[in-house]
Design a protein. Structure first.
Length: 331
């Protein structure tokens, strides 16, 4: 089997309806949303100074369980003899499907998982200059950080781009299993109706794995619902020309060495539109409630001046949430 499947456009487009579950235009029915990235002041400084955002590998993030849940349960559901029989028909064809699927699971685990990256954001109300308390506590340095708010309406999608934007869905473990099982049974029905030749079954097996992987990257437990998360996903399998490989890097932190995608915001042919620029995308900068004082606002404005980015000064806001700096007690 070749390392990279020889893609048959007819086969791939036949499964497009499965991907509408993740990338459906309905998620912007009310207009493209504002999306906030909660982080530290130090990280904000680096982002604005270098025009660079870092995508993280979800297997090194707090979402570790969520991704592994999707991948593990997806592999288990795919191995169901009833599902495989429904897709392949004969024992020989179901064996081909299972072996091909196992190959792609192993390839992901041993090769491509290290270069799977996401950039996480939270849907943000246009009239909100305070941010969300739960997000400050979870991702914004307990209110001592910053929220960078981006206007997704100004992001022009490039169809062939290896960067995909998806809204995260939420559900109980049981509900998510039911949804994933439904996707796989629809995959089986499409496969059966296509009458795929035996030597092309590996392509549809790859599609099943890719659907499971995408589900794992865009699905979380209902307990995280208040985050209203969106993700920009880097799919290395879509990066067939290696356009973003020069941005593959690493970071040494508290958890050791972690792989990172250090993406420079701007026009990259085949990745982002010609008018892509941080100055155009950034809507506002909200300082966390634990540090929101006139003095901090002036200090951040000075920082922006010193780094040669005075155009960002009018975007600075101070959150009005009455959250005290973190201390030894919650009372």
């Amino acid at each position: 089997m070749n390392d990279r499947p020889q893609i048959d456009p007819r086969l791939i487009t036949s499964f497009n309806e499965l991907y509408s579950y993740f990338f459906n235009a309905d998620w912007v029915a009310g207009g493209p949303p504002l999306l906030a990235h909660y982080t530290s002041i130090a990280v904000m400084e680096k982002i604005l100074e270098k025009n660079e955002i870092w995508f993280s590998n979800p297997l090194f993030m707090n979402d570790l369980q969520e991704v592994r849940f999707g991948l593990f349960e997806g592999a288990r559901l795919f191995s169901d003899p009833i599902l495989l029989k429904r897709a392949g028909g004969s024992d020989e064809r179901t064996s081909i499907l299972q072996n091909s699927f196992s190959y792609f699971v192993d390839k992901f685990s041993n090769e491509t998982a290290v270069d799977t990256y996401v950039f996480c954001l939270s849907e943000h109300d246009k009239d909100n200059d305070d941010g969300l308390l739960s997000m400050w506590r979870g991702y914004g340095q307990h209110g001592s950080g910053v929220a960078l708010v981006f206007d997704s309406a100004k992001v022009m999608q490039v169809p062939e781009s290896p960067l995909l934007v998806a809204k995260v869905s939420y559900g109980s473990n049981a509900d998510r299993l039911k949804e994933l099982q439904g996707l796989l049974y629809r995959w089986a029905d499409i496969t059966a109706n296509l009458n795929v030749q035996d030597d092309q079954l590996y392509i549809v097996a790859h599609t099943a794995f890719h659907v499971i992987k995408t589900f794992a990257l865009t699905s979380k437990h209902i307990g995280f619902l208040e985050e209203h998360e969106w993700r920009v996903i880097y799919d290395s399998e879509r990066d067939t020309k290696g356009l973003l490989k020069p941005f593959h890097g690493y970071h040494i932190g508290d958890r050791g060495v972690e792989p990172k995608l250090k993406y420079t915001v701007g026009h990259i042919a085949g990745v982002s539109a010609a008018d892509t620029a941080l100055e155009r995308l950034l809507d506002r900068i909200i300082l966390g409630p634990s540090i929101s004082s006139p003095l901090t606002v002036r200090s951040v404005e000075r920082m922006l001046e010193k780094m040669g980015k005075p155009q960002f000064k009018p975007l600075v806001r101070a959150s009005g949430i009455p959250l005290r700096p973190l201390s030894g007690t919650s009372f």
